[in-house]
Write a protein that binds this ligand. Sequence first.
Ligand SMILES: [Zn+2]
Length: 276
Amino acid sequence: MSKFFTATKIFDNVTQILGLGGEQCYLIEGGEKALLIDGLTGIGSLKAFVRELTDLPVELVLTHGHVDHAGAAFEYGACWVHPADIGQIYNGGDPDRRYNFVLGNRRGAAFQPKKDDVIPLCNVRTKPVYDGHVFDLGGVQIETIAVPGHTEGTLVFLDRARRVIYSGDACNPNTLLALDGSTTIETYKQSLLHFMEFFDAFDVLYGGHGPHAVPKRIIEEAIELCDEIMAGTDDQYPMEFIGRPFLYARGFTGDFKTRDGRLANIAYKKETIFNK
Ligand SMILES: [Zn+2]
């Protein structure tokens, strides 16, 4: 038992690992090596936890550079990442920021981590990964699809054999498109259309927050929302999230339930709808 992590097998060879801030990553084991998709926030040793789950050599790849996904890079000292997101790993990597992210998501919880539990920042050897890259784990292939939007360097990973996508924060019920390093809505729509080229190859998305798989129709819905945002016909629902003012394409109740039963929602800013 770990105080910091919870492991759940979602397939024979795939373990979903939950961190203290509600963030999640995925360990996929092949015949020769394992791929860790995302690295949580870097509180407690994820590397040691993963070592208990598999004896295989482990490579870390990031769906994007945000702190709640990149933490293990400071333990492994190396990771695969899209070059556009390298700066994010360090910009947000400040230990205080990561500590506060987790505490902010654990109000009232019995176990609270200590400041000493935060893995310190270090230099990371980044290996570039782009759209189309295939990770061959020995009998298990994982394909890379670039979906710029949430960040410029956002990637998702396709396991055709399992018919699933590991999507990080690329497309979910609260897709944030108005952070530093996010693309415009116009670019995001193009990314989603590229994502749709793989639509027949999978059924669900396992994301970086929220434990359950989301049906793939969320991608089609997100494209419709992009169209509405660009046409100015969406709800433009003002709402603060993580201390920032956003507009949401759909009004929602506290648990991100939209009025029309859509799974998708997009948080954006008026200034970043169209490419310049
Ligand atoms: Zn993110």
